[in-house]
Design a protein around this ligand. Structure first.
Ligand code: THU
Length: 381
């Protein structure tokens, strides 16, 4: 149940993330060195000290940090005047307050800057239960320290906390703290935000579904993160709403053919036991295959099933599997080993068909739950 929201400020509540870039650019220009955004962007989100020092290091210039910081303070308000609120941010925070959700600022910016930003969108420090800024933790983002400190001080658990972030370092640190991370697309854009590891991506707070109870809030967050009503859980992954249907005859035939073909590529000079496997990706409908690859150090051998699964993931990222075929030459056809069954359990659901075939045309079908009724499942997920 969501009990606390932790907000980064720049790029999350105000569209001010690029002020840092602009200030650093202007400061270096003032010092007679022209610096491009490409030298600055990788260092964003870690606080002004790190931003300055890392940029200076990258372009090979020595700077006086004190001088840089007072330059920023003097020029900040002028640049902030041109910036706007991320749509819906202030009313979202006020609504959260009314509904009893705890709110904290978790910013790597100095506190003067947080205050200026908040007041530019009609908020004040006392709209929050807790305000943490750059000097409140020794290690700044991308370390998770600021989020962990906020959760401890608010007295909430990570499973009940949602972090709103926009930068790579913020998203990374947020995820490491174990809480849910919602990425605002302000800084990275939609695609990069999705790839950043955030649990959900939001263009503005206006798009956040309104909630009147904690249950509403939880289902809104689940919908946002693709874990909503229609999504299906495979291990720790959620695959978007798909209508569950058994593989068609054609798909089944294609998967069996691919498993039998892959078996021909088996590298099995030690056991001479060839295995092929094919998996059907629930998201894309594509079929990926693999064979066993042995090694003189026997334990380093990779089974066909795991090879097919890792190939699928290499192509699509974490997937759900709707069908898995194992091909061998023995009769009855070979069963998947226990290690492969455990690996399969991460991507397969209990009712997913596991089809065993051999070169004599024998086909046996099991439900995954018959092969591994009690997989190890990481409870915290
Ligand atoms: N093998 C597989 O490819 N999959 C299994 O599930 C069981 C065993 C391979 C590994 C090794 O190359 C050979 O079969 C004999 O153990």
């Amino acid at each position: 149940m969501a009990k606390a929201f932790l907000f980064d400020i720049d790029g999350v509540l105000t569209d001010s993330a690029d002020i840092s870039k602009e200030l650093v650019k202007r400061f270096f220009a003032f010092k007679g060195k022209s610096v491009g955004y490409e030298d600055i962007i990788p260092n964003l989100g870690m606080g002004m000290d790190a931003l300055c020092l890392k940029t200076a290091e990258r372009v090979g210039v020595e700077i006086n940090l004190e001088e840089a910081l007072s330059f920023f303070k003097e020029n900040y308000s002028t640049l902030l005047k041109e910036k706007k609120e991320i749509p819906g941010a202030s009313s979202f925070i006020k609504d959260a307050r009314k509904k009893g959700i705890l709110r904290a600022v978790v910013s790597s910016a100095p506190s003067w800057r947080v205050e200026e930003n908040l007041s530019s969108i009609g908020l004040a420090l006392d709209d929050f239960d807790l305000v943490l800024t750059e000097k409140d933790v020794k290690r700044n983002k991308p370390y998770p320290d600021i989020y962990i400190k906020a959760m401890i001080e608010l007295g909430v658990e990570k499973k009940d906390t949602v972090i709103f972030e926009d930068s790579i370092s913020g998203i990374k640190g947020g995820k490491e703290s174990g809480a849910m991370v919602v990425a605002l697309t302000t800084t990275l854009g939609r695609e990069k935000s999705k790839l950043s590891g955030a649990d959900a991506v939001l263009d503005s707070f206006l798009l956040f579904p309104s909630f009147s109870s904690s249950d509403d809030l939880d289902s809104a967050l689940r919908e946002l993160s693709g874990k909503g009503r229609n999504a299906i859980r495979y291990g720790a992954n959620w695959i978007e709403s798909l209508e569950r249907k058994a593989p068609t005859k054609e798909v089944m035939k294609e998967a069996i053919d691919k498993a039998l073909n892959a078996m021909e590529h088996a590298y099995s000079p030690y056991s001479k036991f060839n295995v092929g496997a094919a998996v059907l990706s629930a998201g894309s409908g594509r079929i990926y295959s693999g064979c066993n690859v042995e090694n003189a150090s026997y334990g380093a051998t990779i089974c066909a099933e795991r090879n097919a699964i890792t190939t699928a993931i290499t192509n699509e990222g974490a997937i759900g599997i709707d069908l898995l075929v194992v091909a061998s030459r023995c009769n009855p056809p070979a069963m998947p080993c226990a290690v492969c069954r455990q690996v399969m359990s991460e991507f397969i659901r209990p009712d997913t068909p596991i089809v065993l075939v051999n070169t004599m045309g024998v086909i046996e079908t099991y439900k995954f739950s018959e092969l591994l009724p009690h997989p190890f499942d990481f409870e915290a997920l």
